[in-house]
Design a protein around this ligand. Structure first.
Ligand code: SF4
Ligand code: SF4
Length: 189
């Protein structure tokens, strides 16, 4: 059952923020006629507090705070199924991405572990050009002050070569670093 919201007229600031998110995502929420095909195809909708269709509806109703605070934008796996299925060519996957970025830069991430994981993941890719799992776990557990979490799993995983003790670098590492620098230049995190 859908939650009832008090609909508020959009302020100039909200309109500007929505326009910015749409521009970053390269899509328009006004194209959406709420058919629900995106939600029906989303493999992780069952775990979201708002389905992809509902996230679009929140934006259409100027409920930006609710959209930015939704766990849906972090549960989204960027698989692009929703964007592929949409009969109105709304790029929902890209909108989810733009909402994630906005939630991060404006400090609206309600679950601090999500922000910590995002930082640890991007740090790892920035440094090594690919994910270094052991480094990610170490940084994530330190940031979230769970110092002994996963400790009992570490040794068996190392023995089975599921994780490596030292990071491997990829050939295009310098190019990956340049991408991160470029993102920073244009105002990204
Ligand atoms: S599939 Fe497209 S039109 Fe249908 S609800 Fe999703 S975003 Fe809206
Ligand atoms: S991109 Fe995200 S919202 Fe869209 S179908 Fe995939 S997981 Fe669901």
């Amino acid at each position: 059952m859908e939650q009832a919201f008090k609909i508020r007229p959009a302020s100039q600031e909200q309109k500007k923020l929505l326009a910015q998110i749409e521009s970053e995502a390269g899509t328009s929420i006004n194209q959406c006629y709420q058919c629900g095909k995106c939600s029906a195809g989303c493999p992780v909708a069952f775990a979201m507090d708002y389905t992809p269709r509902q996230v679009i509806r929140l934006l259409q109703l100027n409920l930006m705070e609710e959209a930015l605070g939704a766990n849906s934008i972090w549960i989204c796996a960027s698989c692009e199924m929703c964007s592929t299925r949409c009969p109105r060519e709304v790029d929902i996957a890209s909108l989810m991405d733009a909402l994630r970025r906005q939630a991060l830069v404006s400090g609206r991430v309600t679950d601090k572990k999500v922000a910590a994981f995002n930082k640890a993941f991007l740090d790892s890719v920035r440094r090594f050009g690919k994910l270094f799992e052991a480094g990610l776990l170490l940084e994530f557990n330190t940031l979230t002050r769970q110092f002994f979490k996963d400790a009992e799993l570490g040794l068996p995983m190392l023995k089975r070569k599921k994780v490596h003790l030292l990071p491997e670098k990829i050939k295009g590492n310098e190019e990956v670093k340049k991408i991160f620098e470029r993102v920073k230049e244009i105002g990204g995190e």
